[in-house]
Design a protein around this ligand. Structure first.
Ligand SMILES: Cc1cc2nc3c(=O)[nH]c(=O)nc-3n(C[C@H](O)[C@H](O)[C@H](O)COP(=O)(O)OP(=O)(O)OC[C@H]3O[C@@H](n4cnc5c(N)ncnc54)[C@H](O)[C@@H]3O)c2cc1C
Length: 444
């Protein structure tokens, strides 16, 4: 059994197969699983990067039948159910599960790939944190007095953009209120559409705008980004915002390796799967999580959400086990737990359960917490450590604590201190944690 990708989908699939003692090889370019919902906590120094990057070898320590290979995959051959690693090795399996996730989609906007900070991986978040930290030090030490150095444009008004904008606005406000920053950076979130948090209700749209405004951020809707330069963003209404930091939360498409795999990619560059998560014309091949267009009951594809990834990964494993027993596979049935977003401390919005019952504020935060504890449980057994960190985060008088340069409070996972992920920053090739032992290539 071969799985490409050790994110929420791949890990859930490998766990379910490993539980049955099935031999599994899981391949990922990183030696760790990354928990994307908490990336913006890394950006604003609320959490160190290693707290949301859990080594695969720890995750599978109690799964002797699961073997992890750390290497970038350069090609996939679906008919043979095999993949080619960057060092030329080929691996194959009786079944193949594509769980390679997604990548940022810049929609061809000139300069976006070169000059923005996408928010998809731990190294993306760490790179943005270090960039902001450098700018903050320059301003606080008086090394630069230029206006607008700390201004940030966040592209995309979905949950990623809104959560990041909210956290950055709070950071700026706290530094200003504590007297460390005379002029806080202006945070502007822009979206081409008419509302923030589009998949949510209109009440939530309004709530998000209000909460961001309270935190000091500006919202611009109905305007698209036409070009990004190192020091400014141009919009299609010919307006320009000077900014040295542009965060890209403007969209994503299926992982590159899936787009070149054979079947023409469907909507969003993702692989269209049948209701049982298999790929038509490729026996024994499944696609799950963000890399797949998974049909829902109403015919649309399910959204790219952690719970969809986790549940579909597990379901693919169950269908593989059925195939091994010569039983028919079953169509994927998604248990919708709702959608939620944290706009800042004390400002969360959630639509809970299948009926998307609307809640806001502390209740929404509690829902957010519950869902994230379930998602994290795939990689961490200590959900209570996460819950106590998160309650503290929610409750804390943040003005005294937030500082981009300080050591953030850790989640008390009580891991073995040697068992840490090897995170390196691709674009700047800056290693932030030296590996204790040699490992495979982290980034392809
Ligand atoms: C900023 C952000 C915030 C989010 N917040 C939420 C939230 O609050 N709630 C929620 O439900 N969902 C949230 N999501 C969505 C959720 O995180 C994803 O739906 C989920 O993580 C997808 O899991 P996956 O396993 O399909 O893909 P991923 O987690 O992306 O895993 C894919 C894996 O494949 C590996 N891989 C890819 N290509 C190769 C290759 N060529 N060679 C080797 N390895 C490869 C990658 O290294 C990666 O480990 C958020 C997403 C982002 C980006």
């Amino acid at each position: 059994m071969l799985i490409l990708g050790g994110g929420l989908a791949g890990v859930a699939c490998a766990h379910a197969l490993g539980d049955e003692g099935v031999a599994v090889t899981l391949v990922d370019r990183n030696d760790y699983h990354q928990f994307q919902p908490l990336l913006y906590q890394v950006v604003t120094s609320q959490l160190p990067a290693e707290d949301i990057a859990r080594p695969h070898r720890t995750i599978f320590a109690d799964y002797p039948s699961v073997q992890v290979v750390t290497a970038p995959v350069k090609a996939v051959h679906l008919i043979e159910r095999s993949l080619v690693l960057s060092d030329g090795r080929t691996l194959s399996g009786s079944h193949f599960v594509m769980a390679a996730g997604a990548r940022p989609n810049f929609f061809g906007v000139p300069g976006a790939a070169e000059h923005t900070f996408p928010m998809y991986s731990v190294s993306d978040a760490e790179r943005l944190r270090l960039h902001l930290q450098r700018l903050l030090h320059e301003v606080m030490s008086g090394a630069t007095t230029a206006e607008g150095v700390l201004d940030v444009v966040v592209v995309g008004g979905g949950p990623t953009g809104v959560e990041t904008a909210g956290a950055l606005a709070e950071l700026m406000q706290a530094l200003h209120e504590s007297g460390r920053l005379a002029r806080p950076g202006r945070i502007t979130v822009v979206d081409r559409g008419p509302a923030l948090l589009a998949p949510f209700s209109s009440k939530a749209h309004h709530y998000a705008v209000t909460k961001l405004a309270e935190a000091g951020a500006t919202v611009r809707l109905g305007v698209g980004v036409s070009a990004v330069h190192p020091d400014r963003v141009e919009f299609d209404d010919r307006s320009v915002i000077p900014a040295h930091t542009v965060v890209w939360g403007g969209g994503e498409s299926g992982a590159a390796v899936a787009q070149n795999a054979g079947p023409g990619p469907g909507r969003g560059g993702r692989l269209d799967v049948r209701p049982d998560l298999t790929l038509a014309r490729y026996p024994g091949v499944y696609a799950v999580g963000d890399v797949a267009n998974i049909p829902s009951h109403d015919g649309d594809a399910l959204p790219q959400l952690g719970s969809v990834a986790q549940q579909s990964g597990r379901w693919a494993a169950e269908n593989i086990l059925r195939e091994r027993r010569n039983e028919p596979t079953k169509p994927f049935s998604y248990k919708d737990k709702g959608i939620m977003a944290m706009i800042g401390r004390n400002a969360a919005v959630a639509e809970v359960g299948k009926r998307h019952h609307e809640v806001q504020g502390p209740l929404a935060f509690a829902a957010w917490l519950g869902l994230h504890a379930i998602l994290l449980s795939g990689a961490h057994s200590k959900a209570d450590a996460f819950l106590s960190w998160a309650w503290d985060y929610f409750d804390r008088d943040h003005a005294a604590f937030i500082e981009a340069s300080s050591a953030p409070q850790r989640i008390a996972w009580s891991d073995d201190e040697h068992d840490e992920p090897h995170i390196s920053l691709e674009r700047h090739d800056l290693t932030i944690r030296s590996p204790a032992t040699p490992s495979g290539d982290n980034h392809g």
